[in-house]
Design a protein. Structure first.
Length: 441
């Protein structure tokens, strides 16, 4: 591995904890041999791995630059200022908080800063593409606030009926309108959302966690350009950074947001993560990243077109972004769990996914979700997208044919060998490690 850690640290780990070392080597081998098509996953930069394994891990930095609760903050202040400045410049934001530990607390921090328990919030229905933190009943945020939903229109390729949304907003008078998605393959008309919010006196928040990198790369519309009050994004996914969150806000809400993150919701930030975020945002400012963002979308279009040509049902009939959702029941007569498990056998990693108003339960939903950021990171292009789509169709049409699946697996692995994973040594270990399961016996 082109590692993050100082020379000899890998050998120390192997000697001191062979079980953890075996799992680490095994995961490297898994990532090298197959392809990640989960839209929320990506391969990060070697420089990000270096920052995550750096001495910034050792340092507590409660507070904000220039106003910390502990001493020794010269370089933590510097790294956080770099990250904030790059975020504001990249997205055209007035204020940035780069401390959220991940996406869920990032969104919770906005809600808790601006809402009171029981306030009404308008957000996308979970089965139509919304996220757990957009008011799902099983989440704490769903219990704390009064969530009302908007849905997509299957008969119009999953578009949003803004006349219906406006009627709901006028009837319910939400304090906050949330747009953003976890499994919605279309783009949003941010201008329409902002116009409706202004009509009813609501604040606006766009959760662009999935497409933050595509916005940063100039390939998709930016809600900051439409005057949104808050924009949240994770720093991994299409941004290719560490696992973390970031809140962009209008300057007038700076104090409320910062206080909500710290001390309201969390203590000291993970400064190794903040350093890695700074690196990520610097990478996103380059022309190479803009090319990457455009290629992610081009690959997704090719992928979707190939699936449609094979008479696969996509829930929105296509894609405007990096992802697509396959209705596996209608396309192949299997549910999403069987589809996910079948594709795992041929080293294609996907995730089972509910479809709009899914009649099946969440652990056996009707669909799977596919995305192109990780494959694009490895350098795959149009030809590989066509092959991946063909392999998926072939496998899901013969999910019980183990010999056939083994043939497909070999083809996938052979293709993946030609596209190295960033940050992982291209040469596998000389001898395979003992698996954790075997080592425990």
């Amino acid at each position: 591995m082109q590692n993050s850690s100082a020379p000899g640290n890998r050998a120390r780990l192997a000697a001191s904890d062979p079980l953890v070392h075996a799992a680490l080597i095994g995961e490297e081998a898994r990532q090298r041999a197959g392809i990640e098509l989960i839209p929320s996953e990506n391969y990060t930069y070697p420089e990000v791995l270096a920052a995550l394994g750096s001495v910034f891990t050792n340092k507590y930095a409660e507070g904000y630059p220039g106003r910390r609760y502990y001493g020794g903050q010269t370089y933590t202040d510097e790294i956080e200022r770099i990250a904030r400045d790059r975020a504001k410049r990249l997205f055209g934001a007035e204020h940035a908080n780069v401390q959220p530990l991940s996406g869920a607390p990032m969104n919770a921090a906005v809600y808790m800063a601006m809402l009171q328990p029981g306030d009404t919030v308008l957000g996308m229905d979970l089965s139509h593409g919304g996220h757990l933190t957009h008011g799902a009943p099983v989440s704490h945020m769903g219990a704390l606030y009064n969530w009302v939903r908007y849905k997509t229109e299957p008969e119009s390729e999953g578009r949003i009926d803004f006349d219906s949304l406006r009627a709901v907003a006028k009837r319910e008078r939400p304090k906050l309108i949330v747009c953003g998605y976890s499994s919605y393959p279309r783009d949003y008309d941010y201008g329409e959302f902002k116009a409706i919010a202004d009509e009813v006196g609501a604040l606006t928040m766009a959760d662009v966690s999935h497409i933050g990198g595509l916005i940063a790369g100039g390939a998709m519309a930016n809600p900051c350009d439409h005057g949104f009050d808050f924009v949240t994004t994770t720093t991994h996914k299409s941004l290719r950074g560490p696992r973390g969150g970031m809140i962009l806000a209008k300057k007038q809400f700076r104090r409320e947001i910062d206080r909500s993150v710290f001390p309201g919701l969390q203590g000291g930030p993970h400064m190794n993560q903040v350093a890695a975020t700074a690196i990520t945002l610097g990478k996103a400012e380059t022309p190479a990243f803009q090319d990457y963002a455009r290629q992610v979308l081009a690959n997704a279009r090719t992928f979707a077109e190939t699936l449609l040509e094979a008479e696969v049902t996509l829930v929105t009939g296509g894609t405007d972004n990096h992802m697509m959702v396959v209705d596996c029941v209608r396309s192949f007569g299997v549910d999403g769990r069987i589809a996910e498990e079948t594709l795992d056998k041929i080293f294609i990693t996907t995730n089972k996914q509910v479809i709009p108003d899914d009649p099946n339960p969440p652990l056996r939903p009707s669909g799977i979700r596919l995305g192109t950021p990780a494959a694009t990171t490895r350098g795959m292009g149009s030809n590989e997208m066509k092959r991946l789509a063909a392999w998926i169709v072939a496998a899901l049409r013969r999910p019980d044919d183990e010999a056939f699946l083994e043939t497909l697996r070999a083809e996938v692995e052979d293709t993946c060998r030609r596209f190295p994973v960033p940050g992982i040594d291209e040469t596998p270990p000389a001898s395979a490690p003992v698996s954790p399961a075997k080592a425990r016996r």
